[in-house]
Design a protein around this ligand. Structure first.
Ligand code: GLN
Length: 487
């Protein structure tokens, strides 16, 4: 029996599987046991699919025995509970979908399964991916494995905690305003948000359709490259997916940093950064220079408008996307409705949590006639200015470096009564989504309480290879990503 899978990277496991030194069934079994042991405390998974995982692992072993394996064949992963998985409960961490068993499969999970990945279960998240702390889940909070009195970040908090705690070799998350990168930073893992349109959104339960993007959450940039390879690419079922060839991410991973220009946006290093984060990012800058990169000061003057712009556009899209939950076609339905109106009203009143309701109200307001021009249309114009800022910066540099979060993980409950404070957690991640760019968060140090800190590398549209190879070069020279919490 293979007993301790938690310290291996996905790439390590892939090698061992290929050489048949371990079987996928043993590996899957070991992860399932670890999940079953840790989940009552960490709460990273909403659903554990033991039977499905074992069946998929046996199938993978056959492929591997026949030397027909791919890099992901037999690799056990977790998937955020907003990807529709045929026949498996998919809740989006909401009461309104607490009984929803999709009749179809998302493109992301279907591609991962096609590549031989084994799905261990569905990971916890903020309800409808709205949140930065994983405290809005109908299925309870997720604890940060580094300090269980703290949040793991959100909305992909379950996916992040699962990787950090070794409850899966890697996981898949989604990022609308930071939900892959922010929890990755707060749990000491690597998280990649691809370019908008690089990965299909088909079968992903929509929050804000012009911003949502799926990506890998892993121990290393190399692992992220392996997963992205399987996930990326055009999908006729998603009209916003980009019809462009997918490069060989693994082949480009060793490109290094020699001669590459990394922009340092001054607005990201202004006030508001905790002293520990500031110190650690300074060290990272030195390291990047030693690896051959040239640091260039740049300015993104519209940065300060990112949060207000996002909190108009994302709720506007959410209010429209969430109109479909009415208790008629699928999901939760209230008991004994008096008439159709009562059924709609009570189903939604009982089925949605407070944060989701807040967003629906905000979104409906900014889209209403009389306010549309003042808020929604104005925000769309500012969104363009934000994208233009990045474009100007990328005419001078190849990549941008920024902190992922202003501070390390905060205490559970600390910001739940103050939505604006919560919204500010994404101050460094949100404008990347508004501009549709790819960005990765990688571990780069710890604060005085031994809590992980992450930094972001932001790339040009479709330059996932560029940010992955830069992150890989950094990880080859540092050890931060190898540390694990003691559980
Ligand atoms: N924290 C942000 C929000 O609450 C971003 C969430 C996300 O990326 N899904 O909307």
């Amino acid at each position: 029996m293979f007993s301790d899978p938690a310290n291996l990277t996905l790439a390590n496991m892939s090698e061992l599987l290929k050489k048949r030194e371990i079987s996928s069934e043993d590996l899957t079994q070991a992860f399932l046991e670890r999940i079953e042991g840790l989940n009552p405390d960490i709460n990273a998974y909403i659903t554990i699919d033991r039977a499905g995982a074992i069946t998929a692992a046996k199938e993978a072993d056959k492929r591997l025995d026949a030397k027909q394996g791919e890099p992901l064949t037999g690799i056990p992963i977790g998937v955020k509970d907003l990807f529709c998985t045929k026949g498996i409960l998919t809740t989006c961490a909401s009461k309104i979908l607490n009984n929803f068993i999709p009749p179809y499969e998302s493109t992301v999970t279907s591609r991962l399964k096609g590549a031989g990945a084994v799905i261990l279960g569905k990971t916890n998240m903020d309800e409808f991916a709205m949140g930065s702390s994983n405290e809005t889940s109908h299925f309870g909070v997720v604890k940060n494995p580094w300090d269980k009195s703290r949040i793991p970040g959100g909305s992909s908090g379950g996916s992040a905690a699962a990787v950090s705690a070794g409850m899966g070799s890697a996981t898949i998350g989604t990022d609308t305003g930071g939900s892959i990168r922010q929890p990755a930073a707060l749990t000491g893992i690597t998280g990649l948000k691809p370019t908008y349109g690089r990965v299909s959104r088909f079968g992903m339960i929509a929050f804000a359709s012009s911003l949502d993007q799926a990506g890998p959450m892993t121990k290393t940039a190399e692992d992220a490259a392996i997963l992205l390879q399987a996930m990326a690419g055009h999908d006729p079922k998603d009209a916003t997916s980009i019809d462009a060839p997918v490069p060989d991410y693994m082949a480009n991973l060793g490109d290094g940093l020699q001669g590459r220009k990394i922009g340092i946006p001054e607005e990201y290093f202004a006030s508001g950064l905790s002293p520990d984060v500031a110190r650690v990012i300074e060290d990272a800058k030195k390291q990047l220079t030693e690896l051959g990169a040239e640091l260039v000061p740049v300015s993104l003057p519209t940065t300060k408008h990112a949060i207000p712009t996002y909190y108009i556009l994302a709720p506007a899209e959410a209010s429209s996307n969430l109109a479909r939950y009415d208790g008629i076609r699928f999901g939760y339905r209230c008991e004994n409705p008096e008439d159709i109106r009562d059924l709609f009203f009570r189903t939604r009143a009982e089925g949605f949590g407070n944060e989701v309701k807040r967003r629906i109200m905000l979104g409906t307001y900014v889209l209403s006639s009389g306010y549309y021009d003042a808020y929604y249309l104005k925000a769309q114009k500012v969104r363009r200015l934000i994208a233009d800022d990045f474009k100007a910066a990328f005419s001078k540099v190849d990549l941008l470096l920024a902190p992922t979060t202003p501070d390390t993980a905060f205490k559970l409950g600390e910001k739940t009564n103050d939505p604006v404070q919560m919204y500010l957690s994404d101050i460094f991640t949100i404008n990347v989504n508004l501009a549709g760019l790819p960005a990765i968060s990688i571990p780069c140090g710890f604060d005085k309480d031994n809590l992980p800190i992450g930094m972001q590398l932001i790339g040009r549209p479709l330059d996932e290879s560029g940010i992955l190879s830069a992150a890989h070069a950094y990880q080859q020279a540092t050890q931060w990503h190898t540390r694990s919490p003691i559980l």
